[in-house]
Ligand binder design. Structure first.
Ligand SMILES: NC(=O)c1ccc[n+]([C@@H]2O[C@H](COP(=O)([O-])OP(=O)(O)OC[C@H]3O[C@@H](n4cnc5c(N)ncnc54)[C@H](OP(=O)(O)O)[C@@H]3O)[C@@H](O)[C@H]2O)c1
Length: 231
């Protein structure tokens, strides 16, 4: 077993079940794997419960040790989880979230979505009427306590569990408890540090920054993250 993974403290925070909407994709899988290794119960969500179960089985295998990961339909995940991450493509938010609004009322929802598109010049931000994907998420889930985080974190880095993810995670929210919950998740991932960036409306530049990072990654053939100096 890898030293870094073995060095984590699975007992802390183990009581918090983290649900992941669209958890079958690379970003949801990566966050689920890392948070499971940090001791959280993980519920991988999908539009298709069988696909979620398959992804959960693959993640348990990838972990290489005993972890608490199960799969379920997105709706069931919202009922069972304490905190819910949104890791669907931006275009999927408007269809995915409204049917889940009742189940998510009062819960912390962490939006990891980037409003981005790719054209002939490469990645570019998509202008969203709400301001950002995260603000749109908050509009679609009026009773939820929404924070945004993890938009700048590469799924490839998350998947390489032998290596710490030495990046900062910018957390935006208008709700201090939601921000604290998102920060606690980030801080439990090996190598990661949370930075409280500001109000939810600052998710727009954070999401835009992902387009810059994708451009850098293409040019330098890497999976770059960000580090904030002086904090
Ligand atoms: N990939 C990265 O490195 C990365 C890094 C930072 C942030 N992000 C953000 O994280 C989010 C997920 O990224 P990803 O690369 O994991 O995305 P993805 O693989 O394209 O999609 C994730 C999951 O969302 C579900 N989904 C796809 N289309 C859907 C639709 N039309 N309606 C409802 N659900 C749909 C699928 O799950 P089911 O089919 O099982 O329902 C899929 O496995 C994105 O918003 C992205 O901007 C990604």
């Amino acid at each position: 077993m890898d030293e870094q993974v073995a060095g984590q403290t699975p007992e802390r925070g183990a009581g918090i079940a983290v649900g992941i909407l669209g958890g079958t994709g690379p970003q949801g899988r990566g966050l689920g794997l890392r948070l499971a290794l940090a001791g959280h119960r993980i519920l991988v969500g999908s539009r298709d419960a069988a696909r979620a179960a398959q992804a959960a089985a693959e993640l348990r295998e990838a972990a290489g040790r005993d972890v608490d990961i199960d799969g379920a339909g997105n709706a069931e995940v919202c009922v069972s989880a304490d905190v819910v991450l949104v890791t669907v493509p931006y275009e999927a938010q408007r269809a995915t979230l409204p049917p889940l609004a009742d189940a998510l009322a009062g819960k912390v929802v962490v939006c990891c979505v980037n409003a981005l598109a790719v054209d002939e010049l490469g990645p570019r931000p998509v202008r969203v009427e709400a301001g950002s994907a995260a603000e749109e998420c908050a509009q679609l889930l009026p009773g939820a306590r929404v924070a945004s985080a993890f938009q700048n974190v590469s799924a490839r880095r998350l998947a390489r569990i032998g290596e710490p993810v030495t990046v900062d995670v910018l957390v935006c929210s208008d709700d201090e408890d939601a921000a604290a919950a998102a920060m606690a998740l980030a801080d439990r991932i090996d190598g990661m540090r949370s930075v409280r960036a500001g109000a939810l409306r600052l998710s727009q530049p954070v999401e835009d920054l992902t387009a810059v990072l994708v451009g850098i990654n293409r040019r330098y053939k890497t999976h770059a993250g960000i580090r904030i100096d002086g904090v």
